[in-house]
Design a binder for this molecule. Structure first.
Ligand SMILES: *[C@@H]1O[C@H](CO)[C@@H](O)[C@H](O)[C@H]1NC(C)=O
Ligand SMILES: CC(=O)N[C@H]1CO[C@H](CO)[C@@H](O)[C@@H]1O
Length: 188
């Protein structure tokens, strides 16, 4: 008897909660990404060095499936990431299990584009601000998992992100403090 009443109530409460608390990650703004599910947030030690969004316990964060098809001019949102130990990139890079200097021309790609490590240690050509730079793929910007130490307690990454080192931003003549910049990229 009690169950019959409680269950729909709990369901309603959860549902309205999820509607109200959908995340507004800085990296979500330009996302035209398919949402495959939601991750329940968990707060933790989150480096906010360059305006990273930190997970809030109990909040629901979208998880994204797939990435746009890669063409000669693949549209993406470039964000800033630190690949150094203790930086806002979380654990070591997926491709080589190492940390990297932010003076290297390196990027992390959204899960769909990371394509199960198939672009690991390969170069992509990034165009933005009228300039072009070659950068090496060393890491994944995880579009499914997040809100844990490996991901700096940040929510999942949208499907169309090129998360770049400070060096990449500088090579394009851009100030990393902008946080986001529309670029195009292709395989080099
Ligand atoms: C960046 O690209 C998105 C779509 O990919 C677009 O909606 C947005 O207006 C662009 N922003 C700027 C500043 O051009
Ligand atoms: C990864 C990265 O670019 N980190 C920067 C975050 O912001 C501080 C202050 O502007 C920079 O010194 C870091 O290099």
């Amino acid at each position: 008897m009690a169950n019959k009443l409680l269950f729909p109530l709990i369901f309603l409460a959860l549902f309205s909660h999820s509607q109200q608390t959908l995340a507004t990650n800085k990296k979500h703004k330009h996302g035209q990404c398919k949402i495959g599910g939601y991750l329940k947030g968990k707060a933790g030690t989150c480096n906010t060095e360059n305006d990273s969004e930190c997970c809030v316990t109990g909040q629901l964060y979208p998880q994204y499936t797939g990435s746009p098809k890669v063409t000669r001019h693949t549209h993406a949102t470039m964000t800033i990431n630190s690949f150094e130990a203790g930086g806002d990139g979380g654990g070591p890079s997926e491709c080589d299990n190492q940390y990297h200097s932010d003076d290297e021309l390196i990027v992390a790609l959204s899960t769909g584009w990371f394509a199960k490590k198939s672009r690991c240690l390969k170069y992509i050509k990034i165009c933005g601000n009228g300039r072009t730079v070659l950068a090496k793929v060393v890491d994944e910007c995880d579009s499914v998992n997040g809100c844990d130490a490996v991901h700096n307690f940040e929510p999942p990454c949208p499907c169309n992100i090129v998360d770049a080192s400070k060096a990449v931003w500088k090579a394009l003549g851009l100030n990393p403090r902008m946080d986001e910049y529309n670029i195009t990229w292709t395989d080099a």
